[in-house]
Design a protein around this ligand. Structure first.
Ligand SMILES: [Zn+2]
Length: 390
């Protein structure tokens, strides 16, 4: 079987013959004489595309052969292969970019790559340093992009274990014969079974987009080529829209947003103050409207903050018992003395009615699932409150 993705990784169409095909789990497995489809391996996901117009669902390596999975049987022995080139080129740009980035970290800092993930949404490597500061990140990006501009040739060839021992390999091979070496023009030698570009210039650009601590190492997220351009386009558009929204140039956006946040915090403090004064005024009004020492009140906004503030302001103005309702919650507060004990009222009379809560002699709160139970508890308090007035 000829693995065309190795001999010509830029081949996107091929005519070939079916060697074997068999049904499995409602799908069809196919082995071909030649294939352009890369099977999952070495951190690089499998290719997609079509075989005789039927979409390829999966490609894997099994017993030394490449097995393609499709969901319809093939009618002919002779088939046309078509590769999903956008997906493959994305893989090639990121895989080659990974070689370059890993090689630079290793050569320049001695940080080795322990993990590699090439996904549809992001690509990462895990390098053996507990941290990567922003200045180093910028410096690494500059240097790696210089290597891209130099358009270094990328070659691959097979060597024996003895020959491999003579090369400055960045990592150890996982096989001991026919070791495939991917060389970036005397800069990096790496044993690898993936698909790569012809030269570093085809990576286009490499941008580190995020770093984070990971198991004592640093996980580096990066984008290459078309994906990096798409990311730049998206972020540029966001920055432009932000600038237009704030009527400032892009370099002033951060200062402007900081200023806006500070102004908002100041306004929030002022609003809080005004709100509290309003509640105090409402409490005075409630007090002035009663000749009693007992005040029942229902807060329309159902805000607990408002209910608590009203109870606090009412009891601050003399000898009172206040029951302030906010939705299905009730605040009890009193400034009459040791009795009635608000916490005990809740415990002894609200809890048996399904209420949940409690509190101190002066302040308690209770929540009812059912408003009818809350009403029952309020009626009980109304009856009882005649005793408080004495
Ligand atoms: Zn590789």
């Amino acid at each position: 079987m000829n693995r065309k993705y190795y001999t010509d990784p830029f081949c996107t169409e091929l005519h070939t013959k079916v060697t074997k095909t068999w049904p499995r789990d409602g799908k069809y497995h196919v082995v071909l004489e030649d294939t352009i489809f890369y099977p999952t391996g070495g951190g690089q996901p499998h290719d997609l595309g079509t075989i005789a117009g039927i979409p390829v669902l999966d490609v894997s390596e099994d017993g030394g052969q490449v097995v393609h999975v499709i969901d319809q049987p093939l009618e002919e022995d002779s088939v046309e292969l078509q590769l999903d080139w956008t997906r493959r080129f994305f893989h090639m740009q990121h895989h080659t970019g990974q070689h370059l980035l890993s090689a630079y970290f290793s050569n320049e800092y001695g940080w080795e790559t322990r993990g590699f993930h090439l996904g549809e949404n992001y690509t990462t490597i895990d390098i053996t340093t507990p941290e990567l500061d922003p200045d180093t990140t910028i410096q690494v990006e500059r240097a790696v992009n210089q290597l891209i501009y130099r358009d270094l040739t990328i070659k691959d060839y097979l060597v024996t274990l003895e020959e491999a021992a003579q090369l400055r390999l960045r990592k150890l091979p996982t096989v001991d014969e026919d070791i495939r070496i991917v060389e970036i023009d005397n800069f990096d030698y790496s044993p690898c079974g993936g698909t790569h570009l012809r030269s570093t210039g085809q990576i286009g650009v490499l941008k580190i987009i995020k770093t984070e601590k990971y198991k004592g190492m640093t996980r580096v997220y990066f984008l290459c080529g078309g994906a990096a351009l798409a990311d730049y386009q998206e972020k540029h558009s966001i920055v432009q829209d932000l600038g237009n929204e704030l009527s400032v140039g892009s370099s002033e956006i951060i200062e402007r947003v900081k200023g806006e946040s500070a102004a908002r915090r100041e306004l929030e403090d002022k609003l809080k103050d005004v709100q509290n004064r309003l509640w105090e005024y409402q409490a005075r009004e409630l007090v002035s409207q009663t000749e009693d020492t007992v005040i029942f009140h229902n807060v329309q906004s159902e805000s607990m903050e408002e209910a608590q503030a009203l109870a606090r302001h009412i009891t601050a103005q003399g000898r009172f018992f206040a029951a302030i309702q906010a939705g299905n919650r009730l605040i009890l507060a009193q400034s009459l003395g040791t009795e009635p004990h608000c916490g005990n009222l809740v415990k002894q009379h609200a809890v048996p009615l399904g209420g949940r809560g409690g509190g101190s002699p002066q302040l308690a709160q209770v929540f009812f699932q059912e408003s009818s139970n809350l009403e029952q508890f309020c009626n009980f308090l109304q009856d009882l409150s005649h005793e408080f007035t004495k």
